[in-house]
Design a protein around this ligand. Structure first.
Ligand SMILES: [Zn+2]
Length: 311
């Protein structure tokens, strides 16, 4: 039943010994397995009948299974792919010191902790620095690199790496995102987007033309998407993994055009752009996209394209 046995055993042991960290950060993709793991953790904390394993029968276990226990508070971005606002963190101040309604603890679950802007992250830090005894914090982050280090240092980090499936294709992530979100829209258009990247590298299309066509994608989500594309290519290059499934032909072509160093360079650029966006620094959408696509040619041909500008 449990995909994350090691992490689960750790939590059980900590709970039994009364040593559950007041703040934890779960790092991994927020997929159905992680979601059910979180439900299980809330049941562990709320269950009336059992100390080491949720009974699944008591009212508290059942409410937690429905994600409707009165002592669990979820803080989520208002829109999918967005970030949590400072007001949402400030609101937390109003109830973290109130006593739980049914259980001995309340759990505050903050999703997208890697997408807090710096003022929201600092407000959260203040709360984490003076925790109420009965409050347990759980932060969720897909990438640790964009979480404020001071926040990280307050949390016990548990990693939830993807399963080491040899034929993994990151585009199958689409199954884990609700339809109609920008994430699944992008993944469903993976083939034409990957074709576009290939055309840029083969100099069949100008980066400016491609950038203009992709401007309608929300930048952060688009970066998230191509991050996974390069992560996939890197795995193929370094671990000599084969790929099956969505856009397999395009992935093979990309892997033949790129080398590990140029892929690292792209991932690096994507991460630094994402950091800027997450910290609300001014990023010009068109310019950022154009530079990224120019740099793809640059990394491949060793050309200096810093002076190139789109009309
Ligand atoms: Zn129970």
């Amino acid at each position: 039943m449990n995909n994350y046995q090691i992490q689960w055993e750790y939590l059980q042991l900590a709970w039994q010994k009364g040593r559950t960290p007041p703040a934890m950060l779960f790092s991994g993709a927020f997929n159905p397995s992680l979601k059910s793991f979180i439900v299980q953790y809330t049941q562990l904390v709320f269950c009336r009948n059992n100390e080491s394993k949720p009974c699944q029968l008591c009212i508290d276990c059942q409410m937690a299974a429905q994600v409707q226990h009165p002592d669990e508070i979820w803080v989520k971005p208002e829109k999918f792919g967005g970030s949590i606002k400072i007001d949402q963190i400030r609101e937390l101040q109003n109830y973290i010191y109130l006593m739980p309604q049914r259980a001995k603890h309340q759990i505050i679950i903050i999703t997208a902790a890697d997408r807090l802007n710096s003022s929201a992250a600092n407000a959260l830090l203040k709360i984490l620095e003076e925790p109420a005894k009965h409050t347990l914090f759980l932060l969720l982050a897909e990438q640790l690199g964009t979480v404020l280090p001071t926040v990280l240092s307050r949390c016990q980090i548990l990693r939830f790496p993807p399963k080491n499936d040899l034929s993994v294709n990151f585009l199958t992530l689409a199954d884990q995102y609700p339809e109609e979100t920008e994430y699944s829209v992008l993944i469903n258009q993976a083939e034409p987007i990957l074709d576009g990247l290939i055309d840029i590298m083969e100099e069949k299309i100008h980066p400016c033309v491609m950038a203009a066509q992709w401007m309608h994608f929300e930048l952060n989500t688009f970066l998230w998407f191509i991050y996974w594309v390069y992560a996939q290519v890197q795995m193929m290059l370094i671990q000599h993994q084969s790929v099956t499934g969505p856009a397999a032909n395009q992935f093979k072509k990309l892997a033949s055009l790129l080398n590990p160093v140029s892929v690292f360079a792209q991932i690096d650029k994507i991460n630094s752009l994402k950091r800027k966006l997450n910290h609300n620094q001014n990023v010009n959408h068109a310019l950022a996209l154009e530079h990224l696509l120019f740099s793809l040619q640059e990394d491949r041909y060793g050309k200096n394209s810093t002076n190139k500008l789109c009309p």
